[in-house]
Design a protein around this ligand. Structure first.
Ligand code: E4P
Length: 287
């Protein structure tokens, strides 16, 4: 049963419909699922093919992605399902949009993931205007978040998500959860309707602290959802303390939210590394 005070939406972070099925069995209130090229390349069906040395053509790879999200849709028909465009450093706005439109037609509850880069933001602005739902991915900084709040001002309620990747910041010794805290503060100042989706979750404490902070959504790997279930879907107490003594704090940055979005520093090394990893994993499936 859904915990009484749970306001944060809970998503599964996975490219495997079997995990969706199992998670939905013990979490009947599951609100959606996020996928990305890495998660799709880890799907057991593809992983087996790759282990046998078999690869797919570009079209077959895309068809496999479509089949996977369509299976997930059958399991979570009322949830929100994020599908990510292929984007490397050279992918233009037009190319991202063309993929977005195709992917959006796959299922009724699709949401398109664009990278938090100049081209990605431009593509998202057009997508929003055309009525598509978007999820801005690979966000690692407050400046990137501010740019999104300004660029996506026209987004209607529920039309845009922003995904800060907290685990990857933790991985390199920075306290990723502080990014969520700071971005929520900036979102309030910007009076933005963009929803904050805590992503790259590594442990149960991340989930609990995201709930405590009031993140709109949190996407969680299957094994952590399972651990949460085993612990009786515990909720953070009023005095919940998130402890990360070994991680460097991320101080709040006071930003001028009257600036045009292009004035913010959109560069973050982890965004670049993230794009490289997603494209490498996508290509690992293709002949
Ligand atoms: C979800 O939208 C993200 O792509 C995912 O949470 C990234 O997680 P990772 O940092 O563990 O790859």
């Amino acid at each position: 049963m859904k915990p009484k005070n749970l306001k944060t939406k809970i998503f599964l972070d996975s490219g495997d419909p079997k995990e969706a099925k199992e998670a939905f069995r013990f979490l009947s209130f599951l609100d959606g699922q996020t996928t990305n090229p890495t998660l799709i390349s880890k799907n057991p069906e593809v992983a087996k093919k790759l282990a046998r040395g078999e690869k797919l053509s570009e079209r077959e790879t895309l068809n496999f992605y479509r089949k996977t999200v369509q299976e997930i849709f059958q399991i979570i028909p009322r949830g929100s399902i994020s599908i990510e465009v292929y984007a490397d450093k050279t992918t233009t706005t037009e190319k991202m949009l063309a993929q977005a439109k195709e992917m959006y037609s796959w299922i009724k509850n699709a949401r398109i993931k664009f990278p938090t880069t100049i081209e990605g933001i431009k593509a998202a602005q057009i997508a929003i205007k055309e009525g598509l739902r978007v999820n801005m991915t690979l966000c690692f900084s407050q400046e990137q978040a501010a740019a999104i709040f300004i660029a996506l001002k026209k987004a209607k309620k529920g039309q845009a998500f922003l995904s800060p990747f907290i685990g990857r910041l933790d991985d390199r010794g920075e306290n990723g959860m502080e990014l969520i805290k700071n971005i929520l503060k900036i979102r309030k100042e910007a009076k933005s309707k963009v929803e904050i989706l805590t992503a790259s979750v590594r442990k149960l404490e991340h989930l609990l602290y995201a709930i405590y902070l009031g993140s709109d959504i949190v996407t969680v790997p299957f094994h952590i959802l399972k651990e949460w279930e085993k612990k009786g879907l515990i909720m953070p107490s009023k005095n919940f303390q998130y402890s990360a003594p070994d991680l460097k704090p991320i101080p709040y940055q006071k930003l001028d939210l009257n600036l045009p979005w292009g004035k913010f520093n959109l560069y973050h090394s982890l965004t670049e590394i993230g794009l490289e990893k997603f494209t490498k994993d996508w290509k690992s499936m293709v002949k």
